[in-house]
Design a protein around this ligand. Structure first.
Ligand code: FAD
Ligand code: FES
Length: 371
């Protein structure tokens, strides 16, 4: 509840926050105007939650009205969302699930609560209508090409449907004449995010959209059931090698697709979106060490697999970050001494003064970083 209601909702609280800020930073006219309309006059890009839609038992759509400075996204892109939980700002990326053509000026994100997940649980269980969140501009390369549309194969699993849904909604809004096959995986019908809307789209667009909603934990069509297998491709989409394919889902699914597309010589036709970094196989010999955070003077013990960003957070620090998967460079800090391992490639970095991405690097022995 804290993040969405604390400074933003009540004018009196906003005034208190402003007075607090004036003790550490000179105030400018925008600070006073922010009291009147936090979306229009704030110095940061923010959004107000306008609507909450429960999609499944653990997934929720937040319809957000962005403030000044927002620029329309392209279908498939994501946005960084910042929330303050117990006084600490946490930032995570969420794909935009609405179409850019949405007429009311709002956009939506659809969040699935991850077990033990700080931000996803907060957004799914605690977000309230009227609450404000911090936003980045939309970003990302997982977008449909502009120009003449080629036949598409969309593959997703779980919450990986979100960028795909933005693409489908956009194509439907524009009444695009492209041939589309969707292959989507979820444990059960009740867990399938956007289940009814997908069925309705397919019914409305029978000659252009074929949807295959595969259940991994529910009986159904025996030839298209369970987790992804290469036979599913042949069953759902015989001409998969000739289509542009957009895929979003867990690491294992994306790894399978990448090896199938590479083996078929079609790697260039596969476009993947990851919610988590692709990690190198665990190094059995990897040991961690003592981590010294030079600015704060804090110390922590780390194993050889936990990202230094999480080590710092566990030690009570709140380092700047964005994607938490090595794409935005928002977490980069200086390595003062010692050695870190990049968990994606296994590569070691030990040059003093080198900038390292702490969301994807772990301690490889004792290490000191500038935090
Ligand atoms: C480009 C991009 C787009 C994304 N779009 C969406 C989206 O549309 N909908 C959505 O629900 N999420 C999306 N995510 C994932 C999202 O950013 C968070 O990682 C996720 O909500 C978990 O954050 P948390 O704070 O709840 O978990 P944390 O507190 O950061 O982590 C808690 C535990 O969950 C694990 N964990 C972290 N992320 C995931 C994950 N994605 N799946 C399973 N376990 C995880 C961690 O390893 C840790 O053990 C996207 C991520 C990226 C990079
Ligand atoms: S948080 Fe984006 S690269 Fe580390």
């Amino acid at each position: 509840m804290a993040a969405f209601t604390r400074p933003q909702l009540a004018p009196r609280s906003r005034l208190a926050a402003l007075l607090g800020r004036s003790l550490v930073t000179p105030l400018v006219p925008a600070d006073y105007l922010e009291l009147i309309n936090p979306l229009r006059f704030t110095r940061d890009l923010r959004g107000r939650i306008e609507q909450l839609i429960d999609e499944t038992a653990d997934a929720r759509t937040l319809v957000i009205r962005p403030g000044r400075g927002w620029q329309a996204h392209r279908a498939g892109q994501f946005v960084s969302v910042g929330v303050d939980i117990n006084g600490v700002r946490h930032t995570r990326c969420y794909s935009i699930s609405s179409a850019p053509e949405r007429a009311d000026g709002c956009f939506s994100i659809t969040v699935k609560a991850v077990d033990g997940g700080r931000v996803s649980t907060h957004l799914v269980r605690q977000a309230r209508i009227g609450g404000l969140i911090h936003l980045s501009r939309a970003d990302g390369e997982f977008v449909l090409p502009e120009g003449p549309a080629e036949p598409l194969l969309l593959i997703s699993a779980g919450s990986g449907i979100t960028p795909v849904m933005s693409m489908l909604r956009s194509l439907a809004t524009r009444d695009a004449t492209v041939d589309i096959v969707l292959l989507h995986y979820a444990p059960t019908t009740a867990d399938t995010i956007f289940h009814d809307e997908l069925q309705a789209l397919a019914a409305r667009w029978p000659t252009r959209l074929r949807i295959n909603l595969v259940k991994t934990r529910e009986a159904g069509d025996a030839s298209l059931q369970g987790h992804f297998r290469s036979e599913h491709l042949h069953r759902a989409c015989v001409d998969w090698q000739t289509r542009q394919t957009y895929a979003c889902g867990p690491r294992a699914l994306l790894a399978d697709l990448e090896s199938i597309w590479s083996a078929a010589g079609q790697a260039a036709r596969l476009h993947s979106e990851r919610f988590q970094a692709a990690l190198a196989p665990a190094n059995a010999g990897a040991t961690g060490g003592e981590v010294r955070f030079s600015r704060s003077g804090r110390l922590a013990q780390a194993d050889g697999s936990k990202p230094l960003l999480e080590v710092a957070e566990s030690a009570g620090l709140a380092p700047a970050h964005g994607c938490r998967m090595g794409i935005c460079h928002g977490c980069t800090v200086k390595l003062k001494s010692g050695c870190v391992r990049d968990l994606r490639s296994g590569q070691l970095h030990s040059d003093s003064g080198e900038l390292v991405q702490i969301c994807v690097c772990a301690a490889a022995g004792d290490v000191e970083i500038e935090l």
